[in-house]
Design a protein around this ligand. Structure first.
Ligand code: PLP
Length: 231
């Protein structure tokens, strides 16, 4: 067994155990394998082990890497996206997890229209209120959702958050729970369906799964420590 296979088995085991604790089926939870700073050959190897969805945090890195990987791979944008990269993002990504402003959504809508597609997105929410972090303020979510939902070429599938890092992983749980509650609130208020919750990374995906994550974004636990660190 390769190191990658061992890592992936361990992640699947942790995920299944967490799902079981919450009486959920592990099949409801999709792994987005985060490939920032991971070489294309290694992504190809990951494809061979059954992973199909990969997450990149920078458009430029993704643009260089994606053409070098088999077209069976599906790509998600998980990092902060600048408006001037909207066109490339629409061309590259099946789902954009990190939409955090009406301005960005308007640009994505325009680019999707020109490309003749509808762009699925998630809205990133800064649940913890940490300064300097991207994401919508929870109190702005409902109004922003309504504005973005009016854009013809954008399809909002759900919400995403990044919990603050803490030694004690249980400290992340209230943030994940809050994202789910926020989702339930806006679903009721606006009468729309937001099925996806993208939350949980290598060190904190278990509480995220227990709190209702449908996508976990996992890099280090699958591919090992990155040599260049960036959020
Ligand atoms: C890097 C990154 C991840 C994955 O982090 P790991 O700790 O390596 O699992 C998840 N989400 C976002 C937004 C990231 O930038």
């Amino acid at each position: 067994m390769t190191e990658l296979e061992r890592n992936l088995n361990a992640v699947r085991e942790r995920l299944a155990t967490a799902a079981e604790r919450a009486c959920r089926s592990p099949n409801e939870i999709n792994i987005v394998a985060v490939t920032k700073a991971v070489q294309p050959e290694c992504v190809e190897e990951a494809l061979g082990t059954g992973l199909t969805v990969f997450g990149e945090s920078k458009v430029q890195e993704a643009m260089a890497k994606i053409p070098l990987v088999s077209s069976r791979a599906r790509w998600h944008m998980i990092g902060h996206l600048q408006t001037n990269k909207a066109r490339d993002a629409v061309a590259l990504f099946e789902l954009i997890h990190s939409v955090d402003s009406v301005k960005l959504a308007v640009e994505l809508d325009k680019c999707a229209g020109r490309a003749g597609k509808t762009q699925p997105i998630l809205l990133e929410v800064n649940v913890s209120g940490e300064a300097g972090k991207s994401g919508l303020r929870p109190e702005d979510l409902a109004v922003t959702l309504e504005q973005i939902n009016a854009l013809p070429r954008i399809e909002i599938r759900g919400l995403m958050t990044i919990a603050p890092f803490a030694e004690d992983v249980e400290k992340a749980r209230p943030h994940f729970r809050r994202l789910r509650e926020l989702r339930d609130e806006v679903q009721n208020k606006l009468g729309m369906q937001l099925p996806e919750l993208s939350m949980g990374m290598s060190y904190d995906f278990e509480p995220a799964v227990e709190e209702g994550a449908t996508m976990v974004r996992i890099g280090t636990a699958i591919f090992g420590e990155r040599r260049t660190h960036d959020a």
